[in-house]
Design a binder for this molecule. Structure first.
Ligand code: COA
Ligand code: ZN
Length: 309
């Protein structure tokens, strides 16, 4: 039986937050519907952050209201208690906190140092536990390999942040290569280290393709036992607060690689390519997966043997 890998689509949040063109709520909704229609089960749809800091994420409350009755497992990013309150009020029950590995990155991103960001995470988790409805909280450890301001990050620092988040009660910690600074060797080294401490099930990975190592890093993390990955439709992405970061690894490339290696994702690649086309059309600037041309040719030729995709 083939092993399952869960893809968490982050294009509507991580991808769109950095695009020049700001999509309307309806446009975001159509993109999310196309992604869900391809069989993607988990999508980060937006963020409850300051609209002054990230104008593209305005309207996340209206978006959540539009999708909250669907079967989609959707989540939203929240940076602080206000984000938690707004998200809970909108009806969102899967929330993603974020703490970066360095003081400089945390200051640039959420205007707190690392200790304050961690304290905020713990307060939000405690508050979430007291609500009437169950709330699922995941946390991102951003710049887990490299910070654009402070350079390579020591593994012990990442271990400490991960351990504190798990102790506080998050359901998952996502190790994020926010700037695309990881390489497969460093990915394997960090993920082996963390898996040896916490097991594989509570960990997930998020890679940017800035230096064309996104897929290689996913492969490296797979060999450490990681079975959940973020990816972004059409390779949309980049963080407004980390100079030089380009898009996330494209969902269509990740899914193609996983299927060719015999993993199961439950995603239909033909439909995923339609969602990727839509992302390119709506934004006008999404790069598209690097294998997209090959994939389209392959699908159009209607080969008998489709076992490879
Ligand atoms: N959602 C919406 N508005 C928020 C908010 C949230 N989660 N948190 C604070 N605000 C508002 C405040 O109400 C205040 O509004 P006002 O100017 O109209 O009074 C304003 O933002 C400033 O509030 P303050 O608490 O002083 O925040 P800040 O200026 O220190 O900024 C953040 C902190 C976290 C709100 C801001 O840096 C941010 O939104 N960062 C986004 C980071 C991000 O999305 N990064 C990419 C993904 S990792
Ligand atoms: Zn990212």
């Amino acid at each position: 039986m083939s092993v399952e890998v869960l893809i968490n689509e982050v294009g509507p949040r991580d991808g769109l937050q950095n695009q020049q063109k700001i999509l309307s709520v309806d446009e975001k909704h159509s993109l999310i519907s196309a992604i869900a229609n391809a069989g993607v089960k988990s999508v980060e749809v937006g963020a409850f952050v300051s609209p002054k800091a990230v104008p593209a994420m305005a309207g996340t409350d209206s978006l959540v209201k539009k999708i909250k009755d669907s079967s989609l497992q959707y989540s939203v990013l929240i940076p602080n208690m206000k984000g938690f309150e707004l998200a809970y009020e909108s009806g969102a029950r899967r929330l993603n906190l974020v703490v970066a590995s360095s003081n400089t990155m945390n200051e640039k991103n959420i205007r707190m140092n690392t200790e304050a960001a961690m304290k905020t995470c713990i307060e939000v988790i405690e508050c979430a536990g007291k609500q009437e409805d169950a709330v699922n909280i995941q946390a991102y450890v951003a710049t887990a390999w490299e910070c654009p301001f402070e350079g390579k990050m020591p593994q012990d620092k990442i271990l400490e942040l991960t351990a504190r988040l798990i102790d506080a009660g998050v359901s998952k910690v996502v190790l994020a290569d926010t700037v695309g600074g990881a390489n497969p060797q460093d990915t394997k080294s960090l993920m082996d280290f963390l898996v040896s401490k916490f097991g594989n099930e509570i960990l997930s990975c998020h890679f940017h393709d800035t230096r064309a190592m996104g897929l290689a890093n996913i492969y490296a993390a797979l060999t450490s036992g990681i079975r959940e990955f973020d990816a972004s439709i059409a390779g949309l992405g980049g963080c407004p607060f980390s100079p030089g970061a380009s898009g996330n690894v494209a969902t269509e490339d990740v899914v193609m690689m996983l299927h060719q290696m015999g993993y199961k994702t439950g995603i239909n690649l033909e439909k995923l390519l339609q969602a990727s086309d839509l992302a390119m059309e709506l934004t006008g600037s999404a790069p598209g997966g690097r294998a997209k041309l090959w994939l389209k040719n392959y699908l159009n030729k209607n080969y008998d043997d489709r076992s490879k995709i």
